[in-house]
Design a protein around this ligand. Sequence first.
Ligand SMILES: Nc1nc2c(ncn2[C@@H]2O[C@H](COP(=O)(O)OP(=O)(O)O)[C@@H](O)[C@H]2O)c(=O)[nH]1
Ligand SMILES: [Mg+2]
Length: 195
Amino acid sequence: MINLQKAEFLRSAAGLSGLPKDGLPQIVFAGRSNVGKSSVINCILGRKNLARTSSMPGKTANINLYAIDKKLYFSDLPGYGFAQVSQQERQRWGELMDQYFADCKDIALGVLVVDLRHKPTADDIAMANVFRQIGLPFVVCANKADKLGKTQVTDCAALVRETLGISPEQLIVFSAVKGTGKQEFLSELFSHVRE
Ligand SMILES: Nc1nc2c(ncn2[C@@H]2O[C@H](COP(=O)(O)OP(=O)(O)O)[C@@H](O)[C@H]2O)c(=O)[nH]1
Ligand SMILES: [Mg+2]
């Protein structure tokens, strides 16, 4: 059994040398800045502020790592798509991602966090394609569902699914605020990580 209560911040890695090398599985969380990646992580781990959430998007350019029960890692990738980021920062981001995905054989599951209210961007599609290219199973957490009514949720979920070209099983309607989708997420997680 993996005890999600036993989660702690490991470190903020600026490069490959900062990534774990003990062979334990990693769950990577990717998504646009401000989409709620850190909030989703906090929600899943049942913590208020383990992953730092901020109203200042684009601030974290590093990979934030969380160790869970000495059995797996959550890897919070730097958010993308933030307009006020320099060309240089953008390039550094791209290189870090390329290296990470080329190098790391321990990634067990990709999690793409998107905003359920909006059509996924070109960057979101590119991220989904990275997961596909490396043959990594992934789910899409369509977050902020609490901001929509029931009918809107259905329509928006269909748009997210179609735009990203994913199967219905890959889409998890989520709310980090309300905890919607948490159980679905956990069963998906545990189906990819052996306890
Ligand atoms: N209403 C609502 N707001 C959310 C949700 N998840 C995150 N937020 C808010 O969105 C903003 C960005 O969240 P954060 O987790 O820092 O996003 P990150 O940049 O992707 O890590 C914060 O103001 C959060 O409170 C959600 O499910 N519902
Ligand atoms: Mg964050």
